[in-house]
Design a protein around this ligand. Structure first.
Ligand code: HEM
Length: 505
C-alpha cells in the first residue's frame, strides 16, 4: 500500500470533527444562554428542533421562548428566523409597523392551493378582498343561512347521533365528530349543499382529508428550505406527491360545486336564503381559478378553525367537571323558560339565547388561549427594522409568532397561566367579559388582518357546546394519548375518545 495514511483518513476526519464540535460546544455554551439549545455552525438549532418535533409547540414555548425572554433569533443554513411571543413585538409586527411585515411571496407559494385569494395576498389586493369578504360575511342573507344551518345541523344531525351513541354505549371520537359537523356546516353555508358527513354510517370525507393534508404538507413546506420542496414538487415525490393529490381533490370538489351552480342543478338546502357561492358565481372579477381559491379559503377559514377548536373545548370540559356545572347553571334559567314540546327529549338554544351567555363564552376564549387552532403566524420582512425588544430583523428574514406560547406566558396571564380557568375572562361579579387586547390574545389574529369571522365562530361554537353540555355527560376514555399533529393547525393527532350519557331531565 503506497499511502497507508489514506486508510486512516476517515477516522482522522471524524476525530477532528468531534474535537471541533466539542470545542465549539464549550465556546458556545460560555457565550450563549445555557438554558437554550446549542446553536451549531450551519445547522443552527436544527438538531434540537428535530429531536423535539413531536412536542413542537411546547418546545417553542418552554425550551426556546421562555429561557430567551420571549424572543429569539436563530439561523438554519442561510435562513434567518426571528421567533417571538412578546406582546410588544406582536403589536409592532401586526399593527404599528404592519406594512413592513406582510405574509410575503413564500407564504403564497406554500399555500398555492389558495393563491390569489385573501388568505395569500398582501397590500392593496388584501384590502380589496377583505372588503368583499366583509360584505359577504355581514350580509343578512348569509348570516341568516349560517344560523339556520348551524341550528339544523345540531338539532337534526349532532344531537340524534350522540343520543344513538349514548344508547348503544358506543365509543365516540369527538375530534372526528366535530370535524364532520363543521365540514357539513360550512359546505352548506358556502355551497348550499348538505354533504351529510355527519351521519350514522360515517362516510369517508375525502375533501376534509384533503384539507388536512394541505395543512400537514404546508407545515413541512414551512420548515424545509423552499428549493427542496420545490424540487420534490417538480419530481412529484414524498409529501409533495400527497399534496398534489389532495389539491386535486379540493379543486375538483369546488369546481364541481361551481359547475353545478352554473347549471343551476345544485341540491338546494330547504328555503336557502343565500349561500356564499352565490355572492361570487356571477362576479366577473373572479375567474375560475380565483373563484376556486376563494371558496377553498372560506372552507379553511370556517371548517379548519372551528373544527380544530371544538374538540379542545370538549377535552377541557371533560377534564374540568366544575366548569361543566357552571355552564349548566348559566343555561338552566334560559332553558326553564322554553316551552316543553311533547316527544322532544333534547334541548338546544338559538342564536339570540346564547348571545348573553358570558360564562360559556369565557370557556371558549379560555380554550382558544391555551389551544389556538392556528398556533403559529408567519410574516416576512420588507426592510431592516428593530423590534421593541431590541432585536434587529433584516429584509427576507422570517418572522414566526408563536400564538401557542403567548397564551402560556406568566407575564401576560399570571402565575396560573397553564390552568384552565374561564373565570379569568370575567369581571369581579361574573356578569361581564373582560377584554384582552388582540396582541395578547392572538387566536383571532391582530391589527388590520384580524379574523373576519370571529363573532360568527363564537356564536356557532356556543350553540354547539351548549347543546352538548346540556344534553350529555361526556367522559373521556382513560389512558389515551392527547397529542397534536405536525400541521399548520393544532389538530389532535389521535382523536378524542369518549363515552356519552344522555342526561335525564
Ligand atoms: C375558532 C374560530 C376561528 C379562529 C380561531 C380564527 C382565527 C383566524 C386567524 C388566526 C386568522 C389569520 C390567519 C392568517 O392570516 O394567517 C384568521 C383570518 C380570517 N378568518 Fe378567522 N378564525 C376563526 C373562524 C373564522 C370563521 C368562522 C370565518 C368565516 C366564516 C373566518 C374568516 C376569516 C377570514 C376571512 C380571515 C382572513 C382575514 C385576512 O387575511 O385579512 N374565521 N382567522
Amino acid at each position: 500500500m503506497a499511502f497507508p495514511f489514506l486508510q486512516e483518513l476517515p477516522v482522522s476526519i471524524l476525530v477532528l470533527l468531534v474535537v471541533v464540535l466539542g470545542l465549539y460546544y464549550i465556546k458556545s455554551s460560555k457565550s450563549q444562554n445555557p438554558l437554550l439549545p446549542v446553536n451549531w455552525p450551519v445547522v443552527g438549532i436544527l438538531p434540537s428542533l428535530a429531536i423535539n418535533l413531536h412536542r413542537l409547540h411546547h418546545y417553542i414555548a418552554f425550551d426556546l421562548l421562555s429561557p430567551s425572554g420571549h424572543s429569539l433569533k436563530f439561523a438554519i443554513a442561510s435562513i434567518h428566523i426571528f421567533l417571538t411571543c412578546d406582546p410588544v413585538n406582536i403589536q409592532h409586527i401586526f399593527t404599528l409597523n404592519h406594512t413592513n411585515y406582510p405574509k410575503g411571496e413564500e407564504f403564497a407559494d406554500i399555500f398555492d392551493v389558495a393563491r390569489g385569494s385573501l388568505f395569500t395576498v398582501d397590500g392593496e389586493p388584501c384590502r380589496r378582498e377583505r372588503t368583499n369578504y366583509q360584505g359577504v360575511l355581514s350580509s343578512p342573507r348569509v348570516v341568516g343561512l349560517m344560523n339556520t344551518c348551524c341550528r339544523d345541523k345540531v338539532e337534526k344531525g349532532l344531537l340524534p347521533f350522540m343520543a344513538h351513541m349514548a344508547l348503544t354505549n358506543a365509543r365516540v371520537d369527538m375530534n372526528d365528530l366535530m370535524m364532520r359537523l363543521v365540514f357539513d356546516l360550512y359546505a352548506m353555508t358556502i355551497f348550499g349543499v348538505d354533504t351529510a358527513r355527519l351521519s350514522l354510517d360515517m362516510p369517508t370525507v375525502h375533501v376534509a382529508d384533503a384539507m388536512d393534508t394541505v395543512m400537514e404538507v404546508a407545515f413541512i413546506r414551512h420548515i424545509v428550505p423552499a428549493f427542496l420542496w420545490k424540487v420534490m414538487r417538480r419530481l412529484d415525490i414524498g409529501p409533495e406527491r400527497k399534496l398534489a393529490a389532495a389539491q386535486a381533490v379540493l379543486r375538483c370538489f369546488t369546481m364541481d360545486m361551481i359547475m353545478k351552480r352554473r347549471a343551476n342543478d345544485h341540491v338546494i338546502v330547504q328555503e336557502v336564503p343565500m349561500d356564499i357561492l352565490s355572492n361570487y358565481v356571477n362576479d366577473p372579477r373572479y375567474n375560475d381559478d380565483l373563484l376556486k381559491a376563494t371558496l377553498i379559503t372560506y372552507m379553511i377559514a370556517g371548517r379548519d378553525t372551528i373544527g380544530t377548536t371544538l374538540p379542545w373545548v370538549i377535552y377541557n370540559l371533560a377534564k374540568n367537571p366544575h366548569v361543566v356545572s357552571s355552564i349548566r347553571d348559566e343555561l338552566a334559567p334560559i332553558i326553564s323558560r322554553k316551552p316543553s314540546v311533547a316527544g322532544v327529549t333534547m334541548t338546544m338554544l338559538d342564536l339570540e339565547e346564547v348571545k348573553a351567555l358570558v360564562y360559556l363564552q369565557a370557556t371558549l376564549l379560555e380554550t382558544l388561549r391555551l389551544y389556538p387552532p392556528i398556533p403559529i403566524e408567519r410574516k416576512s420582512v420588507v426592510t431592516t427594522d428593530v423590534m421593541p425588544s431590541g432585536h434587529e430583523v433584516c429584509a427576507r428574514d422570517i418572522v414566526l409568532v408563536s400564538i401557542y406560547s403567548i397564551g402560556r406566558m406568566e407575564s401576560v396571564w399570571g402565575a396560573d397561566c397553564r390552568e384552565y380557568r374561564p373565570e379569568r375572562w370575567l369581571s369581579e361579579d361574573g356578569r361581564q367579559l373582560r377584554h384582552a387586547p388582540s396582541h395578547k390574545f392572538l387566536a383571532f389574529n391582530s391589527g388590520p388582518r384580524l379574523c373576519l369571522g370571529k363573532d360568527i365562530a363564537i356564536m356557532q361554537m356556543k350553540i354547539v357546546v351548549a347543546a352538548i353540555v346540556w344534553n350529555f355527560d361526556v367522559k373521556m376514555l382513560d389512558g389515551q394519548p392527547i397529542d397534536t399533529k405536525l400541521s399548520c393547525l393544532l389538530q389532535m393527532k389521535n382523536g378524542l375518545k369518549v363515552k356519552l350519557n344522555k342526561r335525564e331531565m
